[in-house]
Design a protein around this ligand. Sequence first.
Ligand SMILES: NC(=O)C1=CN([C@@H]2O[C@H](COP(=O)(O)OP(=O)(O)OC[C@H]3O[C@@H](n4cnc5c(N)ncnc54)[C@H](OP(=O)(O)O)[C@@H]3O)[C@@H](O)[C@H]2O)C=CC1
Ligand SMILES: O=C(CO)COP(=O)(O)O
Length: 332
Amino acid sequence: MIPKVAVIGGGSWATAIIKMLSDNFSTKEIYWWMRNADAINHLQKYKHNPNYLSSVEIRIPEDNISDDLATIVNLADYIILNVPAAFLKETLSKISPEQFKGKKIISAIKGIVPEENQIIAEFLNQKYQVPLEHILVISGPCHAEEVALEKLSYLTIASVNVGLAGFFANLLNTRYIKTNVSDDIFGTEYAAVLKNIYAVASGICHGIGYGDNFQAVLISNAIREIKRFVDAVHPISRDIKESAYLGDLLVTAYSQFSRNRTFGNMIGKGYTVKSAQLEMNMIAEGYYAASCMHVINKKYKVDMPISRAVYAILYEKHSPQIEMRLLTEQLN
Ligand SMILES: NC(=O)C1=CN([C@@H]2O[C@H](COP(=O)(O)OP(=O)(O)OC[C@H]3O[C@@H](n4cnc5c(N)ncnc54)[C@H](OP(=O)(O)O)[C@@H]3O)[C@@H](O)[C@H]2O)C=CC1
Ligand SMILES: O=C(CO)COP(=O)(O)O
């Protein structure tokens, strides 16, 4: 049986997910919520998202796209959340736990819910009483821009319910998308959050003028930071070299498409946080994550010098040049 799937969010990744689903099964069963009514009108008229991945043709029926969240949630069995983490609480503010009851909720978000300082699975479980067995996470090294171009990409679907993860993975498999399944929902989410911070660091270093030689050292240290942290938070046996962990860090730290690296690059070149954000049409999750991880790590006290340096630059207005020079003394 083909389930009804809703995507919540109107950005690049949501548009890419709509494309993957549409290339795989009946578009009649796909629903899409976004907040921007003008974008919805444009989509209904011209079949393209005007603001993100505008080359992608959208084939789902006009009536399946709406800015009425309750209606879209009500229609679907599987709900893919894909607004940036900073706006998730506000987006879901009019949805009650009752409206999520019995539904499978999938996070395609790579971020932390601010103030709550929770990963998305924890937030859904604690604030919306969604059982962990009904929560899935989509992760892995995959840029929306390459999905639009149908470049071969791999995604990891993580859940404590690996049977459900396998079923959902099949909904995403296409000619250009391959999927893996993992039971490490906490490690997968935290690694995806942290890699955004390290991509900001990578961009800052590039903006200052550090070369590829140093970038390689930075990223080698970053993967060890990720390992230390996820092992502290959720100590299970995992191979940090798998693509959901190392792969995601690499693509985000090196790709021309990376929003976090682009944002960091501007900071390294002397832009203020505000001006760098205004310059970008897109959201760099690493900016928000640096602050949330700073708070979360007060509990775990994991040694995370790169993450700490990014926090100091973005939130304590430390000089990127000085902070990165100090960091170089701690890397190996
Ligand atoms: N892009 C990618 O390749 C990937 C992204 N992700 C994750 O997907 C999530 C969404 O990112 P992505 O699709 O890239 O987003 P984009 O950066 O492409 O787009 C920004 C999105 O944020 C919304 N937004 C901006 N400001 C606000 C606000 N104040 N309140 C509510 N919504 C707002 C925008 O809505 P509007 O247009 O209405 O302003 C738009 O939908 C993130 O967690 C990201 O890490 C994960 C894997 C890959
Ligand atoms: O998570 C992503 C790719 O896996 C996208 O984030 P960036 O655009 O910052 O690389």
